[in-house]
Design a protein around this ligand. Structure first.
Ligand code: ADP
Length: 632
């Protein structure tokens, strides 16, 4: 197809759905379309400034970057134009008309049809350009990429239904112009006063000037004059003194940098002087983005050098476990031509990163201490990500550990609200370790036979059932000098938590059952590493434990389920000397029946901790055989 003909292209199915949903669910908040379009224009100017650093020809003798807003009451149009980087034909097709974000399909599958819930989800997804269709029934976007000649302009037009048209046009000035043909009833946006008030509410923080024609009142109507007027403050918000920035301004700036609809949970604004000079404005969002766990997704913050935008998603400035943090770092010292590669090996960047991480952790500590309800909100959104921290950031391990929250037998609910400090405060006299159990579900952790003795003695155990918990416990071995200990690993040594009488009784039971233990061991053979008498059980006949240094059974299952190689760790079978089944087994003289009992004991212990039987059919056969022996 020749470049000059007009072609009609279909929207990606998801875009159609998004448009429909957005128009309905965001209507009550329709002013935000202007914020979104201005935000895009501002990003486009940032990109031009950055590319202009190495190629000043891109400025095309038009160096004053600005956003212009105009309306035409007669034509009922509102026009937003910028002289930023613009788009090539290919870029228009890629960016406007398709949603290139990974995870789009998963996102759409979450939509419920319930407008309220969906509106919140839409906010998470970020709607950007498409929000124009909330107030417009036709949108015409004309753009030309900086550096291309005038005849490389592209016009995109759509009514926001199923398709859009594209044609090549002359566009002398670089950048993008968006004309909104307003829907019936949206005339309020044809008012100077209305537009200015929306800009001041949502876009005051935009660093480049937003310009409008000054208007005057003539015969009772506002009429634009020829004089230009800058509507916003047009200074970098982060460069202003804290006392000069209102909470509303911080909130709106966040929405711009984070492409988020919801206000942030908290922020930290700092001007750092000394060896490194920079300003940071770091935000903790109030909810997780839909692609928080997408490894491909870039994360991090916007990097500026002396107010010049350098790059988005500078992941070198935030570690993975703080990938939810959004905001800006503006360095006074880095060279303007700094690249991602340079960032990777820059000591200056390492220093900025280290101190920014401290700021974020400090902000979280402050939230936890002074605004506990907000911290709960934070934890529910990002707790699982923060749990990656102790494995990634050794220098701050203890600090991060102090921020972690867990479910525990103290509350016995799945709410993760217990800190390690709380736990230590409740430790029993003579207790030296912080006990935990890992399992693949909260219910499995909560009902694990391993907890029986702990429950009986009133010793608290942390109940860990997030996938990341195995990684966490693999990396976090102590807190405040107290070791973290799995209740399902190694022999149980409760030390001073047991009295002499209990210890003597255990020793006696062990001696008495020695022959039984040997018999079970011989019978189970390769299925177990060892068999021993335990005192950790009160109600269950048996349980499985792994060695102190071995991989936990839960982790082994997680890895295998994910198709990864994991060694098969042989468990130790522990039996409860006080249980009727064990007593029964001890007096069994029929060798075949003994073997059935012993295997059943092992298999039910495996099931109880969420394991899978190699051969379920033989388990069922054994069980039925024994059930059939019951007197009728
Ligand atoms: P987002 O801004 O969240 O990426 P949008 O739908 O608002 O999503 O915009 C999609 C993309 O279209 C932008 O990332 C950008 O590449 C491009 N774009 C939008 N508006 C402009 C503009 N005014 N100038 C240049 N490119 C733009």
């Amino acid at each position: 197809m020749s470049a000059t003909t007009k072609e009609t292209l279909g929207f990606q199915a998801e875009v159609k759905q998004l448009l429909q949903l957005m128009i309905h669910s965001l209507y009550s908040n329709k002013d935000i379309f202007l914020r979104e379009l201005i935000s895009n224009a501002s990003d486009a100017a940032d990109k031009l400034r950055f590319e202009g650093l190495s190629d000043s020809a891109l400025y095309e003798n038009d160096p004053e970057l600005k956003i212009r807003i105009a309306f035409d009451r007669e034509a009922r149009t509102l026009t937003i134009s910028d002289n930023g980087i613009g788009m090539s034909r290919q870029e228009v097709i890629e960016h406007i008309g398709t949603i290139a974000k990974s995870g789009t399909r998963e996102f759409f599958s979450q939509l419920s049809g319930d407008q309220k819930k969906d509106a919140a989800l839409i906010g998470q997804f970020g709607v950007g350009f498409y929000s124009a269709f909330i107030v417009a029934d036709r949108v015409t976007l004309t753009t030309r990429r900086a550096g291309l000649t005038a005849e490389h302009g592209v016009r995109w037009e759509s009514e926001g239904a199923g398709d859009y048209t594209l044609e090549t046009v002359e566009k002398p000035g670089r950048g993008t112009e968006i004309v909104l043909h307003l829907r019936e009833g949206e005339d309020e946006f044809l008012s100077d006063w209305k537009i200015k008030s929306v800009i001041r509410t949502y876009s005051d923080h935009i660093t480049l000037p937003i310009v409008m024609k000054k208007s005057e009142w003539k015969d009772g109507v506002e009429t634009p004059t020829d004089e230009d007027e800058t509507v916003n403050k047009a200074s970098a918000l982060w460069a202003r003194a804290k006392k000069d920035v209102t909470d509303d301004e911080y909130n709106e700036f966040y929405k711009h940098v984070a492409h988020d609809f919801e206000p942030p949970l908290a922020w930290s604004h700092n001007r750092v002087e000394g060896k490194q000079e920079y300003i940071s404005l770091l935000y903790v969002p109030s909810h997780a983005p839909f692609d928080l766990y997408d490894r491909e997704k870039r994360h991090g913050i916007k990097l500026y050098v002396r107010r010049v935008f350098i790059m988005d998603d500078a992941e070198q400035l935030m570690p993975q476990y703080l990938r939810f943090v959004r905001g800006v770092i503006d360095s006074a010292d880095l060279p303007l031509n700094v690249s991602r590669e340079i960032l990777q090996s820059s000591r200056d960047i390492d220093a900025i990163k280290a101190s920014s991480v401290k700021k974020v952790l400090g902000l979280l500590e402050d939230l936890a201490e002074n605004q506990p309800e907000k911290y709960v909100e934070f934890w529910n959104a990002f707790g699982r990500v923060l749990k990656e921290g102790p494995g990634e950031d050794f220098a701050n391990k203890e600090k991060i550990a102090g921020l972690l929250r867990f479910a525990s037998t103290h509350t016995d609910t799945d709410a993760q609200v217990v800190s390690l400090k709380d736990y230590i405060g409740r430790m029993k006299e003579g207790q030296t370790a912080i006990y935990y159990i890992t399992a693949d579900s909260f219910a499995a952790a909560q009902h694990s036979p391993h907890l029986e003795i702990f429950r009986k003695k009133g010793i608290e155990v942390l109940l860990l059932s997030d996938r990341v918990d195995e990684w966490l416990t693999g990396n976090l071995h102590e807190f405040d000098g107290k070791p973290l200990k799995s209740v399902a690993k190694g022999g149980l040594d409760l030390g001073e938590l047991e009295d002499e009488a209990e210890k003597t009784a255990q020793k006696e039971a062990e001696d008495n059952l020695k022959p039984l233990v040997e018999r079970i061991k011989t019978t189970l053979g390769e299925r177990v590493k060892d068999v021993r008498v335990t005192h950790r059980l009160t109600d269950s006949p048996a349980c499985l434990v792994t060695g102190e240094g071995d991989m936990s059974a839960n982790l082994e299952r997680l890895l295998k389920a994910a198709g990864q190689a994991a060694p098969t760790v042989k468990p130790t079978l522990e039996i409860n000397p006080a249980h009727a089944l064990v007593t029964r087994l001890n007096s069994e003289t029929d060798e075949d029946r003994f073997a059935d009992w012993a295997n059943l004991l092992f298999e039910q212990a495996l099931l109880a901790e969420g394991g899978q039987l190699d051969n379920p059919a033989s388990f069922v056969r054994r069980l039925n055989g024994l059930l059939a022996m019951l007197p009728s």
